[in-house]
Design a protein around this ligand. Structure first.
Ligand SMILES: *Cc1c(COP(=O)(O)O)cnc(C)c1O
Length: 236
């Protein structure tokens, strides 16, 4: 058996939604302003189908090959793919074909690759792609995300790219930092981003173990995997 029934997923989602509602009450925010993205990475397309039957419309993936295959397998469903992992420049245009949003914009080369979606000699792209700038909140430069000092320059490049609609900021909270402190720091990056682009108000943050804390500090897009899908199978 590769997938649980839609009823099981619906019950898990209802319990996560209760916790979202509770955190929103505490933060004096409306749950309507929160998008729940269910991260389906490493799970087969049948799990996506069952989650969809349980009402999920937004799905997250972090590896291009896997995401592209899964998107093709469920092409008949009316859902949105959010790409949340590190994206190679040479895969950027392919990812844009199935993605509704890319949460991991972290360098100018990637923006320039996506800009070519609109190239005059190709098929017209015909829509915009939602873009989140990922900031690296760790001291390790090899992790995904732009260094905070380069945030404004990258945002300006995104704004110059008509095919990208800059929505906001994204990060994975680092393990060695109190979640509250990390999410406050992320909010300060969001403030800086909004001085460059006032409309870029979204904050993509919060996973299974820290989403309530993220909501208390302004997260608008939660990326939740295991709390809804259960333990992930080994990637292949
Ligand atoms: C896997 C993943 C998630 C979901 O993680 P869980 O702990 O399973 O909720 C969220 N964001 C990113 C970038 C991920 O790679």
């Amino acid at each position: 058996m590769t997938s649980l029934s839609p009823e099981v997923y619906a019950a898990r989602i209802a319990s996560i939604q209760d916790r979202i509602d509770g955190a929103c009450r505490e933060a004096n925010r409306s749950p309507d302003d929160v998008t729940l993205i269910v991260v389906s990475k490493f799970h087969p397309a049948e799990v996506v189908r069952a989650l969809y039957a349980a009402g999920v419309k937004d799905f997250g993936e972090n590896r291009h090959q896997e995401a592209m295959q899964k998107a093709a397998d469920v092409e008949d469903l009316d859902l949105r793919w959010h790409f949340v992992g590190q994206l190679q420049t040479k895969k950027a245009r392919q990812a844009a074909r199935y993605a509704h949003a890319i949460h991991s914009i972290d360098r100018i080369g990637l923006v320039d690759a996506l800009a070519k979606l609109d190239s005059p000699d190709g098929e017209p792209f015909g829509r915009t792609l939602d873009a989140f700038i990922q900031v690296n909140m760790t001291a390790d430069e090899g992790r995904g995300g732009v260094e905070p000092s380069d945030l404004e320059a990258l945002a300006e490049r995104v704004l110059e790219t008509p095919v990208l609609a800059l929505r906001g900021i994204m990060a994975v909270a680092p393990l060695g930092e109190e979640p509250a402190a990390a999410f406050e720091r992320l909010r300060s990056y969001s403030d800086r981003l909004r001085t460059v682009s006032p409309a870029a108000t979204d904050i993509s943050a919060g996973m299974t173990h820290d989403f309530e804390e993220a909501l208390l500090h302004g997260a608008t897009h939660l990326r939740i995997g295991t709390a809804i899908t259960g333990k992930r199978p080994e990637p292949n």
